[in-house]
Design a protein around this ligand. Structure first.
Ligand code: ATP
Ligand code: MG
Length: 757
């Protein structure tokens, strides 16, 4: 029976309740997708709070993305029926470690105002070191070193802990450069992402008092997506949970998809060994997907060896089969999906209408997004891209942030290097070298070095005057940033104006300049949401999944990796072609293991879908500007036939809009590739066995081709949903119709029939 005032427990099944109510001691929830692991974890937090076991600040809860953290916080508030006073320690590993490290930075030789470098900064720094070490960076690119160092940090190896077996890395110089890199970071008062964890683990390992303090502090620890923790994260958790052992981890070995980033699915399998007496809870009922979707996902993941193996069942209605469709190229695939989404909004093929918010497109590689973004922009279909390079990666934004960084932390040499001659201040390479040299000789940062170089007249002329002006400004802005009476948003605008940065773009005549100025404005606007500049900079270095939102309904586009833990009523999975998915890289680099990780990614993808899952592939794809013919993914073979319906692309059988954009030869080549591929032949065979009476694809093709020519402006028509109206304008296959009851609306032509006047 639920304790009084715990209605949230009634929403759970018995296994979930067990995991929620076992508040003390180690608990592992190991279960397949959509079985309510995250729900149970969230409810556990609510239960801890509701039973008075812990206050919000005594709970350490780790999620995989910031978005997931926000959602969890919201849900806790809702279930508890009251707004909680923040949960300061609910976040990602990285966001939590930033906070911890700020409190104890001095223990690893940093100051509290350290900066967090991104990949670009890291690379720039490593390039300098590689050059200084006279290493041929064509043969030994700095990027490679970056990858090696990241992997070492994932394993929590500081330079002195890199095992002998790894010493040969990077032409025998890897460890030495790693040590130099760490020393340089310290000088810069900076850390990279990997350091956030490594430093905190180091502090815990070397300062018992600090560790003890946090063990007392974090009375309960909860971890979602445990299968994707790396060794450093695992060590961190083990250290913190080592005292009271009140740790609850949830995960799914079949969804481990970050092996390439050092995640070790072994962590989940070791849990019972590390925490003897752990309660292990297994969940088998899936609450997310229809039986067809579940069966398709299970069929694919069955191809992996060494699984723990789990059976999933659901009470959901049977619903639609997983839909499979081949296209002749990637553009056609994007076009079809765009059209399909438009139709789905109205309800198509006998299905209910879907809102745009209910639809997601999950791609294997972010470069696939471009085709969809282009297409959706063309047809005016609202979409949002979740994760990946966007706003904050733009040049003007990075410049502006470099200004903010150097103002907040003058030790940030990389930021200073970025802005010292942007806008142009007459400080060329030679002048910058003089600044570097002066700084080195005096053992100071570049800002200080610049001041000395000017003072000692090592630099003269117009450049020197401008530099001196900049250096004074940085100091002044820094004082303002520390002044509580100065509004940080205004300060940010002031910095961009007084530095001449805004003016630089105002004077710029390239077509991009106006957009850049808008972005800068947007940046300053966005600052208002933060307490100060430092908080904002921290936020930017941590957000992987920010989205600018105008509140309207949008289709979501994201990578399969970013989709982990999420769910959508309708999911499109495009690009299921060997080489793209599974990716060539995973096959080349890790062989069978790589393909298995890709297969788990396929499982993650299919299991995001609640009602409708559509998988597609193209016969041709342009890869880095070159046309390549593609083979359907091996994972398509693994889809169990009984749960799949094959649709025919309108472009292939001469009908529909598909053939319109391509030259005859291109079409033939593309069709030949699709038709002749074993995958297509297989699909063809399946299609022919389809039960009669489901002519979905032919209907689709025929109606499409008619729609465009079938109507004229002024014609009276009938629409299934909006009734009678008169066509006011025709745009491709979209009609603007003044409906007699529903007003003026844009609708897709295929849902419109001619009506008598
Ligand atoms: P994933 O492995 O994909 O992260 P998960 O195991 O974390 O999945 P949740 O996201 O927690 O699964 O739950 C999936 C869906 O099922 C959610 O919509 C959730 O609200 C719902 N759900 C979970 N448990 C129950 C339950 N006992 N009764 C009804 N619905 C539930
Ligand atoms: Mg989950």
């Amino acid at each position: 029976m639920a304790p009084r005032g715990a209605p949230y427990l009634d929403e759970l099944n018995p296994a979930q309740r067990q995991a929620v109510e076992a508040l003390d001691g180690p608990v592992l929830m190991l279960a397949g997708a959509g079985t309510g692991k995250t729900k149970a974890l969230t409810t556990r937090i609510v239960h801890l709070l509701n039973t008075g076991r812990a206050r919000p600040n005594e709970i350490l809860a780790v999620t995989f993305t910031n978005k997931a953290a926000r959602e969890m916080k919201d849900r806790v508030g809702r279930l508890l029926g009251q707004q909680i006073e923040g949960m300061p320690w609910l976040g990602t590993f990285h966001s939590i470690c930033v906070k911890l490290l700020r409190r104890h930075a001095e223990l690893v030789g940093l100051k509290t105002n350290f900066t967090i470098l991104d990949t670009d900064d890291q690379l720039r720094l490593l390039k300098q070191l590689v050059q200084a070490a006279s290493i041929d960076d064509k043969r030994w690119p700095a990027r490679m070193l970056l990858g090696i160092i990241d992997q070492w940090k994932n394993r929590c190896w500081t330079p002195d802990k890199v095992p002998a077996g790894e010493a040969g890395a990077y032409n025998n110089r890897g460890v030495e450069l790693y040590a130099q890199y760490q020393a340089r970071l310290k000088e810069l008062n900076a850390v990279d992402f990997g350091d956030l964890l490594v430093h905190v683990v180091t502090i815990f390992q070397t300062h018992d008092d600090v560790l003890e303090q946090y063990r007392r502090w974090f009375r309960y620890i909860l971890v979602d997506e445990y299968q994707d923790t790396n060794v450093a994260q695992y060590m961190w958790l083990r250290l913190l949970a080592g005292g009271h052992r009140n740790i609850c981890c949830v995960g799914d070995d079949d969804q481990s998809i970050y092996g390439w980033r050092g995640a070790e699915v072994g962590n989940i399998l070791r849990f019972e060994k590390d925490f003897p007496g752990a309660q292990v809870v297994r969940l088998e009922q899936n609450y997310r997907s229809t039986p067809h979707i579940l069966a398709a996902a299970s069929g694919v993941i069955r191809g992996n060896e060494g699984r723990l193996g789990k059976e999933l069942w659901t009470e959901a209605q049977e619903g639609e089969k997983v839909r499979l469709i081949g296209h002749w190229d990637g553009e056609e695939e994007a076009r079809w999906i765009g059209e399909e989404i438009e139709s789905m909004q109205q309800g198509t093929r006998g299905m209910r209408p879907f809102g745009l918010d209910e639809i997601a497109i999950l791609v294997r590689a972010s470069h696939q997004m471009r085709a969809f973004e282009d297409r959706f922009l063309t047809i005016g279909l609202p979409y949002r891209v979740i994760g990946g390079p966007r706003f904050y990666e733009r040049m003007e934004i990075r410049d502006a942030m470099a200004y903010f960084r150097v103002v907040i932390s003058p030790e940030d040499d990389l930021a200073f290097e970025r802005i010292v001659n942007t806008p142009k201040r007459g400080l060329g390479d030679k002048a910058q070298q003089t600044i570097q040299r002066t700084a080195r000789e005096n053992g100071v940062n570049l800002v200080e070095g610049a001041r000395i170089a000017v003072g000692e007249k090592r630099l003269t002329g117009k450049g020197a005057a401008q530099l001196s002006f900049l250096v004074d400004n940085i100091a002044r802005w820094g004082r303002m940033a520390g002044d509580r009476d100065v509004d940080h948003t205004e300060l940010a605008g002031l910095i961009l104006d007084e530095s001449g940065y805004t003016e630089m773009w105002q004077n710029d005549k390239t077509p991009e300049a106006p957009g850049r100025l808008e972005n800068l404005k947007e940046l300053v606007n966005h600052l208002e949401e933060f307490e100060n500049l430092q908080g904002f900079l921290e936020h930017v270095s941590l957000v992987m999944d920010n989205e600018s939102d105008d509140g309207g309904q949008k289709v979501s586009i994201m990578t399969l990796h970013a989709a982990k833990g999420l769910e959508f009523p309708a999911v499109f999975l495009p690009g299921w072609e060997d080489g793209l998915f599974p990716s060539q890289r995973s096959m080349d680099e890790s062989g069978l293991k790589g393909v298995e990780e890709e297969r788990r990614l396929a499982y993650v993808g299919i299991t995001r879908a609640e009602e409708l899952c559509t998988i597609s592939f193209a016969g041709n794809r342009r890869v880095f500007g070159q046309w390549q013919s593609q083979m359907p993914s091996r994972f398509i073979d693994e889809l169990p036939e009984a749960h799949v319906e094959v649709l025919t692309p309108p472009g292939l059988y001469g009908g529909g809009y598909g053939a319109a954009g391509a030259s005859g030869i291109e079409t033939r080549v593309a069709e030949a590739n699709v038709y002749n591929s074993p995958g297509w032949k297989r699909l063809q065979a399946r299609r022919d066995h389809r039960p009669v009476g489901q002519p979905a694809e032919t209907r689709h093709a025929v109606i499409d081709s008619q729609a465009i020519s079938a109507h004229t402006v002024g014609e009276r028509v009938f629409h299934q949903k909006f009734g009678y109206g008169r066509i006011e304008a025709i745009e491709g296959d979209k009609l603007e119709i003044a409906f007699e009851k529903a007003g003026v609306k844009k609708v897709v032509a295929k849902f419109v029939m001619g009506a008598d006047d």
